[in-house]
Design a protein around this ligand. Structure first.
Ligand code: SF4
Ligand code: SF4
Ligand code: FES
Length: 231
């Protein structure tokens, strides 16, 4: 197959042999190991756990270690580029600092009040808050949703789907004690109210999470807090 890889301002072409069950990450690894050792890219687990291998594949953000070439090949050709909406360090490697700084800005850290000597805090698995929190907990921080979101492109300050999804899991975590502070953090111009509900994040999330639903939940929670005079 013909593979075009974005390197800086231009694309470089490679010929890569097809193999059974070949993933896009296999293709990139083949190029770097066999054809061109100067190609920079990032991966760690190869099994869909670490979230570090995401790239644009034929213009669509995907986790490359779990994307089979058969599913995405177009006319025997593949185009691979770094994730959209993030600065590029080199070739296929993006700088994820802003992405994760936004998690911190959305108060994406758990803030409990118990100490290790307290009784273990039990949350019934079937309770509504637990179900809502669990719905978004499997995020692997891959940045696919962030690259898919046009609002991030238009407004670089926008916290983005992953940070807001994380905030929503914590808003629903009954052990967490900084609920209002978190709602304040996600209620500004760059927060949940900026989301246009395009659903691209949800369509692309490789873990089948729904940041769109999480953001809608945050919008409701912020509105309720405002009406109650808490915000
Ligand atoms: S639903 Fe919101 S966060 Fe998701 S892609 Fe659309 S605008 Fe972005
Ligand atoms: S919400 Fe989905 S697409 Fe976004 S960072 Fe988490 S796992 Fe990746
Ligand atoms: S290499 Fe870890 S998710 Fe792809």
């Amino acid at each position: 197959m013909k593979v075009s890889v974005k390197r800086g301002d231009s694309f470089q072409e490679y010929e890569v042999p097809r193999q059974a069950s070949q993933t896009v990450l296999d293709v990139v690894m083949y190029i770097q190991r066999v054809l061109d050792p100067t190609l920079a890219y990032r991966y760690a687990c190869r099994v869909g756990m670490c979230g570090s291998c995401a790239m644009m594949v034929n213009g669509v953000p995907r986790w490359t270690c779990r994307t089979h070439v058969d599913r995405v090949l177009e006319k025997d050709a593949l185009t691979v580029a770094p994730l959209r909406n993030l600065p590029v360090i080199r070739d296929l490697v993006t700088d994820m600092r802003e992405f994760f700084d936004k998690w911190a800005r959305a108060k994406g850290q758990f803030s409990g009040s118990q100490t290790r000597s307290d009784e273990f805090e039990r949350v019934p698995p079937q309770s509504e808050p637990r179900q809502l929190a669990d719905a978004g907990i499997e995020c692997i921080g891959c940045g696919v949703c962030y690259a898919a979101c046009d609002v991030v492109k238009w407004n670089p300050q926008y916290l983005g789907p992953a940070a807001l999804n994380r905030a929503w899991t914590l808003v629903n975590d009954v052990r967490d004690r900084s609920g209002l502070e978190r709602l304040r953090a996600v209620s500004g111009d760059a927060g949940c109210l900026a989301c246009h509900s395009h659903v691209s994040c949800t369509e692309r999330c490789p873990k089948h999470l729904s940041p769109t639903a999480a953001i809608a939940g945050l919008k409701r929670a912020v509105t309720k807090a405002v009406l109650q005079g808490d915000l």
